[in-house]
Ligand binder design. Sequence first.
Ligand SMILES: Cc1cc2nc3c(=O)[nH]c(=O)nc-3n(C[C@H](O)[C@H](O)[C@H](O)COP(=O)(O)O)c2cc1C
Length: 190
Amino acid sequence: MNFKELVKSNRTCRRYDGRPVSRQELLDLVDLVRYAPCGKNKQALRFDLVADEESKAKIFENIFWAGYLKDWPGPVEGERPGGYILLFEDSNYGRCMTEDVGIAAQTIALGARAEGKAVCIFGAYKEKEIKEALGLGDNLKLVLLIAVGYPLEEVVIDDVHEGDDIKYYRDQDQVHHVPKIVTEDLLVKK
Ligand SMILES: Cc1cc2nc3c(=O)[nH]c(=O)nc-3n(C[C@H](O)[C@H](O)[C@H](O)COP(=O)(O)O)c2cc1C
């Protein structure tokens, strides 16, 4: 797979085949972030890896799936993520830039995709409940959460134009459609 194919195939996945993802596999993904750029080279992001069944279940209860799919409560048992990576800002090491978080997330996503896995990045979660469940201290602020697993669902990209509806949806065959604005429409000078 060349780089563009990798990026194109790196679609958000919300239904997985149920295979677990080991702590070592999650660690290997975080290891990639070490090589990513970050503002002032501060390296202030910290990570927690969640691969045990009990903690995975607690996280699942406290994340919000697919805001646009109003009638879908999230994946059924057997189609849930194989593991999670949590990204934190640690007050002991100062603030990181928002951009650092995004770069780290996409690095993890592409790394996962390169080995046949897929992710769903979560910005919507109950931080207090998750931190309590995992026994994490007040120094840690959850800035992003990433579900990792082996993809089950089919996802396609639909080309749309500026001003068109950009809400993703599922069709009658359960194929997940993601509208993406064509490149020409993203340019400020046409
Ligand atoms: C910063 C960020 C936060 C997101 N938060 C959520 C979330 O809380 N729940 C969810 O189901 N998807 C979430 N997503 C996934 C987006 O909905 C998804 O990226 C978007 O629909 C485009 O699909 P694609 O990733 O396949 O391109 C998030 C993505 C990003 C980058």
